[in-house]
Ligand binder design. Structure first.
Ligand SMILES: Cc1cc2nc3c(=O)[nH]c(=O)nc-3n(C[C@H](O)[C@H](O)[C@H](O)COP(=O)(O)OP(=O)(O)OC[C@H]3O[C@@H](n4cnc5c(N)ncnc54)[C@H](O)[C@@H]3O)c2cc1C
Length: 466
């Protein structure tokens, strides 16, 4: 491992070589320019020494080669919407931005695949595929800004993961560049293939610590013809959590099944009182999809399953407008919370669906006993709940309470046979906790894999492992 100096400037010789390689405007070194890349959604600031904006794979390889030879850290970065500091230069070095690698190289409806560069924005790919009647299912709420490279590195997902799974289920192959700039191709263009170890799956979710993705072959799904949204209000959150397990235990899986706790409902009531039953203490929001002539039948079937759980009400949205209003209300929760508590701690824990009721009850106890206000909502069909601990960074005692609450939350999740992160990843925010979840042999093996891919430790150092 090369000793890294976080407060260094870029060595003049390296700066000149990178500038020559990347051409005019391809290397940002001004303080104000670098500042824009010093942040992500984790809210921590680490100023990089420089920002490289390669336009093609050869330039990415060149940046890696030069930095590898000089022992300078390289941090791959997409849109910087990550929640765990993954795209931050925590040990200094060069940010390798994919913002100019934005080409959709091929769309092959017959093979149900698309070939893209890593800087393509998730939502833009969705628009491009729609005219072919296809889509790439991973749908993080940040889809309007986040890149495919970021989705691959974090194995991102959104509400539809309950039906479609997560990013790793929708990737056929990757071309990546290793820390020294050499090329590695994994997977391919087929939907079956069992030759050798599955390195594609190893790279997905590796948070930019093993390689830089420069091209991805993505598997596509047919765009559903029609959707229906349902909402069900419950007297208690435990009752709503039991309903989730009941819905998941039989029949067709909905394409979304979201949960809101009493505190989240209170926020919703501020601007969208019409979607909440006045006595409701928890809300489930669900969606079914299919062909135009089957979707109403599917909606009725799900409504019956929800009604069997004794809700205050279980309603199918009357039309597309109501549907949009419901989802807009759900998506407004995160920004509203950010306004109220800009430095909230947003955890994305997961438990088996049948343990959801124990999770939400446990979270309520933690909130009561530590005095930390907590707002929970999320992708209940996957058992994936965003637990938001509201805090005031200026209040040291509050910070200490949040740490205690976090510690208890993680213990609870592991007791319930869950995992500490379902979609945000580890980055710098959870690296001190992963040993609580991972088997020691697994952790040791993972560190060896990192060493094998990146012996000099220049690729996104300081992430995942403490
Ligand atoms: C409002 C909001 C809502 C969100 N909702 C969701 C959600 O519903 N589900 C979800 O999963 N996440 C969500 N996120 C988190 C975030 O959007 C995702 O993690 C997203 O995939 C990150 O993409 P990005 O392009 O912004 O990546 P960045 O933040 O730039 O980088 C994330 C990680 O990917 C690595 N990386 C980026 N590009 C490459 C590459 N080409 N090769 C190798 N490594 C690379 C970086 O090094 C870093 O470790 C949300 C974030 C926000 C701000």
């Amino acid at each position: 491992m090369v000793p890294l100096k976080p407060d260094s400037e870029l060595d003049p010789a390296l700066r000149e070589a990178l500038g020559r390689l990347l051409g005019a405007g391809g290397l940002l070194t001004g303080a104000a320019q670098r500042e824009a890349y010093a942040w992500d959604n984790a809210g921590r600031r680490f100023l990089p020494w420089a920002v490289a904006l390669p336009e093609n794979r050869e330039q990415v390889a060149g940046v890696l080669r030069l930095c590898h030879d000089a022992g300078v850290p390289v941090v791959p970065r997409g849109a910087g919407s990550g929640c765990v500091g993954g795209g931050l230069a925590v040990q200094g070095g060069v940010i390798l931005s994919t913002q100019r690698l934005k080409r959709i190289l091929a769309i092959k409806p017959g093979d149900r695949l698309a070939v893209v560069e890593p800087g393509v924005v998730n939502g833009e790919l969705r628009s491009a595929l729609a005219s072919h009647g296809l889509f790439w299912p991973p749908d993080p709420s940040s889809s309007r800004v986040c890149t495919i490279g970021g989705n691959l590195a974090m194995c991102s997902a959104g509400p539809n993961a309950v039906r479609y799974g997560v990013t790793r289920h929708w990737v056929l192959g990757l071309t990546v560049l290793l820390a020294d700039g050499s090329t590695l191709r994994v997977g391919g263009r087929t939907t079956k293939g069992v030759v050798g170890y599955d390195l594609t799956q190893l790279l997905i979710g590796s948070e930019g610590t093993l390689a830089v993705v420069v091209e991805a072959i993505l598997k596509l799904a047919p765009l559903p013809e029609a959707r229906r949204t349902l909402r069900a209000s419950f007297r208690s959150m435990e009752q709503a959590a039991h309903a989730v397990a009941w819905v998941m235990s039989r029949g067709e899986v909905p394409s979304a099944l979201e949960f809101l706790d009493p505190a989240a409902l209170e926020l919703l009531r501020r601007d969208h009182a019409e979607v909440c039953h006045p006595e409701g203490r928890a809300l489930l929001l669900a969606e079914v999809e299919g062909s135009a002539d089957e979707v109403d039948r599917k909606a009725r079937a799900l409504q019956e399953r929800l009604q069997a759980c004794d809700p205050l009400e279980a309603l199918v949205a009357a039309d597309e407008r109501e549907s949009k209003r419901l989802w807009a209300a759900r998506y407004a929760l995160s920004p509203t919370l950010t306004r109220i508590a800009p430095r909230r701690v947003n955890e994305d824990v997961v438990v088996p669906v049948t343990r959801l009721a124990a999770l939400v009850a446990g979270v309520a106890t933690i909130s009561q006993e530590t005095g930390v206000p907590i707002v929970s909502f999320g992708h209940a069909g996957n058992g994936n709940i965003h637990v938001n601990l509201l805090t005031d960074p200026a209040d040291l005692a509050a910070q200490e309470r949040v740490q205690r609450a976090l510690d208890r939350l993680f213990s609870l999740v592991l007791e319930l046979e869950g995992t500490l992160s379902g979609e945000h990843g580890v980055g710098i925010m959870k690296r001190d906790y992963i040993s609580r979840e991972l088997d020691p042999n697994s952790l040791e093996l993972q560190k060896k894999i990192k060493q094998l891919f990146d012996p000099k430790g220049i690729l996104n150092p300081g992430k995942v492992f403490s």
